[in-house]
Design a protein around this ligand. Structure first.
Ligand code: PXG
Length: 457
């Protein structure tokens, strides 16, 4: 490719001078030098300096089928030659979007049969917000507008998605947030359970916070509750088993819709096509993105339950849509990606083999490490709490950047990991085998050991 003729220094200089990165402190980045990732294959990414790095984050929670899949490249190539673009606005469709919609409807929970597309998770969460509010207006209850969300939720970076999300730092930079969002506690037992409170009791208490918020706003004003089945960017927060059934009960009781954000959990990560299935959730909408194409093309969607879809489809025109709603190339890649996940039995493998093994292996190898406060996992998602004192759960000072240090040592010794606050994250491609997990856990252990020495000093 043409850019092979550029040196690392030239690429870094171009990037430093002209590229504003997402979620980045540019002074820090530019003083350290940006890593130029040039290619990837299977489970590994490679940089311009020749480093080979095991990707413990599947890109950004998305490359579920792994890198270098020719089948996906060919699907894109063939579709581009055949029909590179056409819109789906004006009484037209195309084969890829029609067939993908059918396929997704078959994989989704039984009450979900319709799909509305976007190009990013943020965009589709905006769609979901507009759609539930529009639904209530069509049902003659336009005052049902409030959406209840949680602290530490991540739903995206558009103004609506940030307002709905529960990231304090993002709210701080937003100016006035959009009205109509209420935030309650996250189901995060490790930090929020009280002494002596069981996980199950804590789960019920966290769900009760939702009921309290509904009562405070008045059920007649509440459109929906929204949540990620497992909070991802908020730190792989896995709710106790009592949480979702209770949320479900509360939503039914007050006729509050249930919006589920499966941008991370969708398409296999939890050992089912959707975490709703793993966790027994009956949603009214599911937002997906990322792994629907394994990140090979930008594509997202809102899967819309019959209750909403029937009202929406029988009440005139809904003034909403994006140029790239149902982009043919993205849809063709999504179909080929779903074929791969299905053909290779990746979901079964996550559920029965690699998911349980990842958790078991992490607990066995680093569970007793003095820096590790807790290890939790579900499917191929894992979170590791970094603490100063295991017994008291005392944290390091934020200025110590403890998890950041562990992450940096992990990357330097050959594995991409993510640090969210004081939590280390793994969210690898679903093609990891037990051997890949052994390799990953060894790197994580070494990174913890090196970080422990540094943090003691
Ligand atoms: N919902 C969830 C649950 C997400 O994880 C989005 C919505 C937004 O998707 P888009 O495609 O608009 O980015 C996400 C995205 C991180 C990180 O630091 C996570 C995401 C995005 C950027 C960074 O872990 N998740």
């Amino acid at each position: 490719m043409a850019y092979k003729n550029f040196s690392t220094e030239q690429l870094q200089a171009a990037d430093n001078a002209h590229h504003l990165h997402p979620f980045t402190d540019h002074d820090e980045l530019r003083s350290q030098g940006v890593r130029v990732v040039t290619n990837a294959d299977g489970n590994y990414i490679y940089d311009s300096e020749g480093n080979k790095i095991l990707d413990g984050m599947a890109g950004l929670w998305c490359v579920n089928a792994g890198y270098g899949r020719e089948e996906l490249a060919e699907a894109a190539y063939e579709q581009m030659k055949e029909l590179a673009y056409y819109n789906t606005f004006f009484k037209t469709t195309h084969p890829a979007v029609a067939l993908l919609s059918k396929r997704i409807a078959e994989l989704a929970p039984p009450n979900i049969n319709q799909v509305f597309y976007g190009a990013s998770g943020s965009e589709s969460n905006d769609t979901a917000i507009r759609t539930v509010r529009h639904y209530w207006a069509l049902e003659g209850k336009p005052e049902k507008q409030i959406i209840i969300s949680r602290n530490d939720a991540y739903h995206g970076s558009t103004i609506a998605a940030v307002s709905m999300g529960g990231m304090g730092a993002m709210h701080g930079q937003l100016g006035p947030m959009l009205p109509g969002f209420v935030h309650v506690m996250a189901p995060y037992a490790y930090e929020l359970a009280e002494a002596g409170e069981s996980e199950d009791d804590f789960g019920l208490r966290a769900a009760k916070a939702v009921e309290d918020a509904i009562m405070e706003a008045g059920p007649e004003n509440v459109a929906a509750f929204v949540g990620e089945p497992i909070q991802g960017a908020g730190g792989v927060k896995i709710p106790p088993a009592t949480y979702w059934p209770e949320i479900q009960r509360i939503c039914k009781k007050y006729d509050v819709l249930l919006m589920i954000d499966e941008v991370i959990t969708g398409f296999g990560r939890t050992g089912a096509w959707f975490a709703c299935e793993s966790m027994g959730i009956e949603p009214d909408t599911i937002t997906v993105a990322k792994a629907v194409t394994s990140g090979y093309q930008p594509l997202s969607a809102v899967l819309v339950g019959d209750r909403i879809a029937n009202t929406l489809a029988s009440n005139g025109e809904y003034y909403h849509g994006y140029t790239y709603s149902g982009h043919p190339v993205a849809c063709a890649v999504a179909l080929a990606n779903i074929d791969i996940i299905e053909r290779e039995g990746l979901i079964d493998r996550v559920k029965n083999e690699t998911g349980p093994y990842l958790l078991e292996k992490l607990k066995a190898e680093i569970g007793n490490h003095p820096l590790v406060g807790e290890i939790r996992g579900f499917g191929l998602l894992a979170g590791i709490e970094i603490v100063k004192d295991k017994a008291t759960k005392e944290r390091f000072e934020p200025a110590d950047k403890a998890a950041g240090i562990v992450r940096d040592h992990s990357i330097n010794s050959g594995m991409m990991m993510r640090a969210v606050g004081d939590t280390m994250i793994l969210s690898p491609p679903l093609i990891w085998t037990k051997e890949t997990i052994d390799e990953a856990v060894e790197i994580a252990k070494n990174a913890l050991n090196t970080a422990a020495k540094e943090l003691e000093a």
